[in-house]
Design a protein around this ligand. Structure first.
Ligand code: KIV
Length: 277
């Protein structure tokens, strides 16, 4: 049965009814199809692709062209999931005009449904401008990997009362600026629960406890395809890397021993034709 396209109204309805929202990252056509078939509500083409797909140390080097390339593939593979294109570092900070132009590329060129951008209250004006241009915005507060250096590393945010209050204020400012969804990364469960309670828009947690309106994980972490490190908040549902390695080793051995390809993998030719060669 064909699944219906997820909409902003559908996500809002889920929050109202207390039904959890699911979000998963995807960066290519086959994964987008799998995520969609699983019935996951929203697909995030995260700039985490810089690390898990392109091998960078952080998300900072990711470019607009990298993002558009991967978003296009995801949009071809997903039919029902609401697709979020992640704006890379320096694509929305330089000027409001540049931010609108780049946000527009995610929608016009790649076919995404909305964009996501990192930052707190300071990002309210740019959020407002993109929303006013007709593009839905998903906010992202807490640990914001693009500015991890400014945060002195990949650390849990909002651990003391003052910074927790700032996070609550940021969430409110971004909602007021028109964001329809907000990702909260690596913040104490209690702070995430408070924000979820105080906002009308749905909250999506990653390392933010179970009281958020929904949860997101990076696909490569969930299926065990990123082996460099595993953050505390990750649950690995399957460990594919050893299985894939095993299959590759078996292929190598069978080619070297002559066991592959077998007659069943080849194409026969009629004997009378063969004689004429
Ligand atoms: O880039 C990404 O995948 C993200 C998630 C970790 C929320 O921003």
């Amino acid at each position: 049965m064909e699944q219906k396209k997820v909409t902003i109204a559908h996500l809002q309805e889920k929050k109202k009814n207390g039904d959890k929202i699911t979000m998963m990252t995807a960066y290519d056509y086959p994964t987008a199809g799998l995520v969609d078939q699983a019935g996951i509500d929203t697909i995030l083409v995260g700039d985490s692709l810089g690390m898990v797909m392109l091998g960078y140390e952080s998300t900072v080097p990711v470019t607009m062209d990298d993002m558009i390339h991967h978003c296009k593939a995801v949009c071809r593979g997903a039919k029902s999931g609401f697709i979020i294109g992640d704006m890379p570092f320096m694509s929305y900070q330089v000027s409001i005009e540049k931010a609108i132009e780049n946000a527009g590329r995610f929608i016009k060129e790649a076919g995404c449904d909305c964009v996501k951008l990192e930052g707190g209250s300071e990002m309210a004006p740019v959020t407002r401008a993109i929303v006013d241009a007709g593009i839905p915005v998903c906010a992202h507060i807490g640990l914001t990997p693009q500015t991890a250096t400014k945060l002195s590393g990949f650390k849990v945010q909002g651990k003391d009362a003052e910074s927790a209050r700032e996070l609550v204020q940021s969430a409110k400012d971004l909602e007021k600026a028109g964001a329809f969804l907000i990702v909260m990364e690596c913040i104490p469960d209690l702070v995430a629960a408070r924000i979820t309670e105080e906002l009308n828009i749905p909250t999506i947690g990653i390392g933010a406890g179970k009281d958020c309106d929904g949860q997101v994980l990076v696909y490569h972490d969930l299926v065990g395809l990123f082996e460099r490190f595993t953050p505390k908040f990750v649950k690995q549902y399957v460990n594919l890397a050893p299985k894939i390695r095993e299959a590759l080793i078996q292929f190598k051995e069978e080619v070297e021993s002559g066991a592959f390809p077998g007659p069943e993998h080849g194409f026969a030719m009629k004997a009378e034709e063969a004689e004429k060669i």
